[in-house]
Ligand binder design. Sequence first.
Ligand code: SF4
Length: 330
Amino acid sequence: MNDSTRKEISRLVIDIKEQVQYLEELGVETLAADLPVNTFNRVDKSISQKTKAGGEHSDSPRVDTLKRPDGITTKSPPKNSTRQKDFLNSTRISSVSRPSKEIQSSNQDSDKKVNPPVEKPMTKTQTLTESLFGDASVSLPKTDETLEKIYKEIGGDCSRCVLCEKRTQVVNSVGDPDADLMFIGEAPGADEDEQGEPFVGRAGKLLTKIIEAMKLSREKVFIGNINRCRPPGNRQPVPEEVEQCKPFLIREISVVRPKVIVVMGNTACQNLLGTKVGITKLRGNFQEYYGVKVMPTFHPAYLLRDPRKKREVWEDMKMVTDFLANNGSE
Ligand code: SF4
């Protein structure tokens, strides 16, 4: 094999890696279409290794696959997904796509499953129908509790889920308890686990820059995670762990009562909204959660891996800024 052939192969490998990363973000799990057997095996192995590596964009091993007519194998919702309980149980999440606020009531009233993550883009009137919570018309409950009370109840030695075993400390949310804007991620990473504050590592610094570009500061927003303890090896929290910790976040939301929640990354978005629809499809469209507008966007850690996605995040943040500037109107 001569040098130019080697270079050509290297270029092809780099191209394939970039495509795999992009397809993972779209929710495609394996490629089986029109590829020679050897190539397929290599790509599949590469995806499988990435899956084992975990992270907020890795695919869950609990997800089954579904073969499309065009040969691409996609993830399908788990057959026996655990219906999580919530301290407020009878709310539902609906999609309010820009600019239309039209919601298909027939979808809201049904309990049918959403389609697998890889499908046609959502239309302006399409509604997210898979929810763990029921009716979205229910707004946040009134509460007179304080954040301090919630944190006291969580406790510094919380052992409600197995994430307590490997964590250094519980990482509670930070920021302005009267903030109009809340940022929510998946779970603390190594830096957060060490320092006891959410979003303080490399991804956190990028989040701070995003917040400042919105002409705000970390002190003027509220920042937290769905799970407060670092999962070992930065794996995704499993549903049982989310079920234990998420009610505290919802209580925080009830206290802070933000006008907008920015939920960052696929896992956080799916765990917050209770949907299997992927972040690539959801981002850029306001969703609704207990009557609060939610803007799904990519996780800053993902932007560190693929800076090309910063443009999309900035578009999402501009929508949030405009919404806040218009005093709650899209
Ligand atoms: S993740 Fe949440 S529920 Fe689990 S141990 Fe930590 S604080 Fe407790």
